[in-house]
Write a protein that binds this ligand. Sequence first.
Ligand code: ADP
Ligand code: MG
Length: 342
Amino acid sequence: MAPLILHALEKRFGPGAPAVRDLSLTVRDGRFLALLGPSGCGKTTVLRMIAGFEQPTDGSILLGERLLADAATMVPPERRNMAMVFQSYALWPHMTVAENVGYPLKVRKVDRERARQKVCEALAAVRLEAYADRRPAALSGGQRQRVALARCLVTEPDVVLLDEPLANLDRHLRQEMEETFREFHARSGATMIYVTHDQSEAMALATDVAVMSEGRLLQMASPEEIYARPEGLVVGGLVGQGSILSLRLPPGSGRLLDWPRLRDAFQGTEEGLMPADVLVRPQDVVLDATGLAARVTSSFFEGERYALRLELANGQSLRAFSRQPVRAGDTTSVVLASGWRL
Ligand code: ADP
Ligand code: MG
């Protein structure tokens, strides 16, 4: 399949700030893109424009060379060969699982024997073969979600669009479903676009993460890249755990900062220093007697380790981990092995 291209996409619902503005990105065939951002930043609007439920006010959407939508063009949803899975599963309660999954084929008047076979395949892909004759009411939330996924699979869409599909599930089930999505993606080879406000979900699932804020795209990269090299305060604050420190650095310090530079930044009193926001990940905060004095303000045992909040002498707060028991109120000393200037 050809790449899906969003070019300078904009959507206005009325006067005031547009819901989506100047958004450009390309999703290559078979990728799994997570569209990540806080509630209200325009994620659903982007997905609905891709699906064909909303028309862009400006910009364009293309599948390879084929124009799907711009301010003057609107290919209807049923002619885009995409499938959208909604947060509410929208299953027919009076139909069995197999009938629900087969419904899109019935609408398309697919031959019965062929339809039966495709339903079997789709149910196998989500491991629900044994539930074909049940009704949705007799299924758990996770199983219903899998039926919805199977139903979108039978039409063999080029692009699968998912809008916060796990938002209604409890934590245990979410983890199980994350596994299902990864497997589904690997088996089907479909291009997937997955909307979520949950950064750990985005990181765990996707091959690419696009971070949005206030209708704009801030950064798109692999989960590893976004985590290691976030662009700016918003992405840095949204992705992964960490602390953002206000420091003063000499001009030309670079973005990746080592301990000597960070130590100098704390002690820095020289002329000409520039204010900088520096992201420090908890695993880069090492309890070490040669470092900066710190006070433990809180300590939670997480099972594998203690999650700490520390306060430095200058009053700034820092997250850290420790394998050894540490108690709130303890004094300690830390080395910051690495920092990233936002
Ligand atoms: P998200 O999915 O990231 O939570 P949405 O795309 O749903 O964000 O919404 C982005 C903005 O557009 C919000 O301010 C929302 O109120 C507005 N919006 C979304 N859909 C409509 C609509 N149909 N009419 C008017 N405003 C809308
Ligand atoms: Mg939404």
